[in-house]
Design a protein around this ligand. Structure first.
Ligand code: NAG
Ligand code: NAG
Ligand code: NAG
Ligand code: NAG
Ligand code: NAG
Ligand code: NAG
Ligand code: NAG
Ligand code: NAG
Ligand code: NAG
Length: 439
């Protein structure tokens, strides 16, 4: 029996690497004190970020590492009607009325569509970075996520509409700059969303799967309390499939090149991830082909995710797990203010904001980059230069992955393999020793 127990110990346990590269550049915010951001995008070497705190879309040039301009004309953070005293606090702001939120580049039109807090979609001309149109979606509260189908030339806009408990999706025709259709989603599970004003929405990310359909994440509905992924046909302008999830509360979505959908879970109420015992939360990878949907990957240790990016050339997803939590184990009696003769071990959760880099072939975490739990909710990666960009309180952090990705990966894998072999050898010696002792 003992021998068998030791054999189990021989299975190598690969410790999760916390990878903390220094960003190659941190561009300070020109508009100060950003505490609440929406989506981000990279196009033509420029980085666009929805900055709710400063009621603007911020534009940065990546190669010169400088801020180009601030595009004003957005709603900004609207204080909660029940507490007007603290407009800078995200949790106290009424996100249902705030913006800018999601944004998407229409590369064939050289335009950026940005969803705002009053239900308007504002169109930015990328040649001169100015708002050239405001399209009313008919909504009166925040328009949230946006996605673009270049095939049918339609923009899909989500309208969470928490207040009326009536989430909608609106199709916008960029040529006519008007609404072309509408779908109604399952109602949110208000029993699950008990955070009151702190609830941002149940409808979160929207993505377009190339040459296929739109996909939207809904965190928790009456029909599917653990959340659902909704597929929308851009030709018939109707919902073509709904896939229910258990205990995921999906927020971020992103397809890889093989058409696999990464689903960033929040795994709990609000955006917090699960309980003590290490990073036990997870995100999922789905196959969405026709009506044969299935879960093909379970990415352990990645939760509290907001937005997700993908790089085909690096073969990785990048998940902004800004509300990730890990267990902090502490033995009473040391630095504890309650120190006494109590020798029990207390487990507490601790905020562990990070961007997780996930191999999109193996669906395993390759690296974790530490971020912050305020503005680290969005992530973008430049397909050409492999610059990974995360907005942090201290500035816009740019990680150059192209030159150093392989280097970092090799180094980290080498380090963890060394640890594995070392653990293996020690265990083997113990087994041999025990075997002789028992004899
Ligand atoms: C409103 O926000 C202020 C500043 O954070 C806080 O001191 C106050 O307690 C809040 N009031 C309510 C009713 O939540
Ligand atoms: C930006 O370009 C668009 C399209 O050419 C034009 O209509 C608009 O007036 C320009 N805006 C500014 C501020 O130059
Ligand atoms: C769009 O709306 C914003 C905010 O009200 C305003 O600043 C801007 O001038 C408008 N632009 C156009 C082209 O209507
Ligand atoms: C994913 O794995 C976790 C354990 O890490 C498990 O609790 C959960 O049920 C799994 N979810 C799915 C959908 O497979
Ligand atoms: C320490 O004791 C106080 C008072 O009994 C209690 O409120 C608090 O939760 C305890 N803290 C911990 C970490 O156990
Ligand atoms: C964010 O991090 C700070 C500092 O670690 C922590 O005090 C706070 O509780 C965290 N907030 C959330 C929502 O996790
Ligand atoms: C991802 O995993 C595949 C299969 O093991 C491997 O061939 C590939 O090199 C990995 N990608 C990276 C970036 O490490
Ligand atoms: C990439 O790694 C190499 C080797 O450690 C280092 O010399 C170089 O400065 C790094 N480049 C960047 C852009 O961080
Ligand atoms: C309220 C607050 O945080 N204000 C800060 C905004 O940013 C400027 C410049 O970085 C600081 O000096 C302020 O303290």
């Amino acid at each position: 029996m003992k021998f068998v127990n030791f054999l189990i110990l021989l299975i190598p346990v690969r410790a999760q690497q916390l990878y903390n590269p220094k960003p190659s550049t941190v561009i300070p915010w020109k508009s100060h004190n950003a505490t609440s951001v929406g989506g981000s995008a990279i196009f033509n070497q420029q980085y666009y970020l929805s900055d709710r705190t400063n009621a603007a879309v911020e534009v940065f040039d990546i190669s010169s590492a400088s801020q180009i301009t601030t595009i004003k004309g957005f709603r900004g953070l609207v204080p909660h009607p029940h507490n007007k005293s603290d407009p800078l606090e995200t949790e106290k702001a009424n996100l249902e009325l705030s913006g800018p939120n999601g944004l998407v580049v229409l590369s064939d039109r050289d335009e950026l569509y940005v969803a705002d807090g009053d239900g308007t979609v504002r169109v930015i001309n990328l040649a001169n970075n100015s708002i050239v149109a405001n399209i009313s979606t008919g909504a009166t509260r925040r328009a949230n996520a946006v996605a673009y189908c270049p095939w049918t030339k339609l923009v899909f806009v989500t309208y969470p509409n928490i207040q009326e408990n009536n989430p909608q999706g609106v199709f916008v025709d960029p040529l006519a700059r008007s609404v072309a259709g509408q779908v109604t989603f399952n109602r949110p599970n208000t029993g699950t969303l008990t955070h009151g004003y702190h609830v941002a929405s149940t409808l979160s990310e929207a993505v377009y799967k190339p040459n296929d359909r739109f996909y939207v994440a809904s965190s928790s509905t009456v029909v599917n309390p653990g959340g659902e992924i909704i597929e929308i046909d851009p030709f018939t302008l109707t919902i073509s499939h709904t896939f229910g999830l258990d205990n995921c509360y999906p927020v971020g979505l992103m397809f890889n090149n093989e058409g696999h959908l990464f689903v960033g879970c929040s795994n709990g109420r609000g955006l917090a991830s699960p309980s003590a015992g290490g990073p036990t939360g997870y995100s999922l990878v789905l196959r969405t082909s026709s009506n044969k949907w299935s879960v093909i990957g379970n990415v352990s240790g990645v939760s509290g995710v907001d937005q997700v990016a993908y790089s085909q050339s690096l073969g990785s997803w990048f998940a902004a797990a800004y509300r990730e939590r890990t267990a902090k184990t502490r033995t009473a009696g040391s630095s504890s203010p309650n120190s006494s003769s109590d020798e029990t071990t207390h487990k507490q959760e601790k905020s562990a904001p990070q961007v997780d880099i996930i191999n999109s072939t193996t669906n395993k975490v390759q690296h974790r980059i530490q971020t912050d739990n305020r503005t680290g909710q969005t992530v973008a990666v430049d397909p050409h230069t492999h610059n990974l960009i995360v907005p942090l309180i201290g500035g816009i952090a740019i990680y150059k992955l192209e030159r150093n990705a392989t280097h970092y990966l090799d180094e980290s894998i080498a380090a963890s393999t060394q640890v594995d072999s070392y653990v293996g050898i020690v265990t083997l010696m113990l087994v041999v020793l025990t075997f002789y002792i028992c004899m």
